[in-house]
Design a binder for this molecule. Structure first.
Ligand SMILES: [Zn+2]
Length: 188
């Protein structure tokens, strides 16, 4: 079971939301469940994903935390770990994939550590291994969030950029950050 979903239901949800039942989303589900199972019943929690790939979607499928509602923070660290913690007290749990434990699961290890090319991997066998043994691949540690991480961030006053005309947080300076730092597209 993944939260309220059976394995099959979760795979269908993952397909609908993520595009396919990616191994990363399946493994991510085990991370999310490992951390959440340790939170007290009824705990209102926030989430931090330490990877921006796949894992944020497992959080969004299995918890009330979404990127858009601000309860999920996504860090681009490339580390496959998730923290869930009580919004008020900052007490919580970090679940990570443990490379040591992966030694018992060769398909997952080769995929996770990128030891074989994708075309040489058996995707179905990999997914089966993760679904059967995902819980055994996880290391969980208790965490205490720092107080500054619990403080609500407010946007503050809004200004209108004199260069492009978009509204932006005034604390960013005399222009919006796109005009200050450049943007990845040309405005035509
Ligand atoms: Zn601007």
């Amino acid at each position: 079971m993944f939260g309220k979903y059976t394995e099959q239901e979760f795979q269908q949800k993952a397909e609908a939301f993520h595009g396919h039942a990616a191994p990363g989303v399946l493994l991510g589900a085990f991370l999310v469940e490992a951390a959440r199972a340790r939170l007290p019943e009824g705990c209102i929690f926030d989430a931090v994903s330490e990877s921006r790939q796949c894992l944020p979607d497992a959080v969004q499928l299995l918890t009330p935390c979404t990127f858009g509602n601000g309860w999920l923070k996504v860090m681009d660290l490339g580390i496959y770990a998730v923290c869930l913690y009580d919004k008020q007290t900052g007490e919580g749990w970090r679940a990570a994939v443990d490379p040591e434990k992966l030694k018992r699961f060769p398909l997952t290890r080769e995929w996770f550590l990128k030891l074989t090319k994708k075309k040489d991997q058996d995707g179905d066998a990999l997914r089966r291994e993760i679904l059967e043994h995902g819980a055994e691949m996880v290391a969980v540690r208790k965490i205490q969030m720092h107080p500054e991480e619990l403080a609500r961030r407010h946007k503050g006053p809004i200004a209108v950029c004199p260069v492009c005309g978009d509204a932006y947080p005034a604390k960013h300076g005399g222009t919006c950050l796109l005009c200050a730092k450049g943007r990845g597209y040309d405005l035509l």
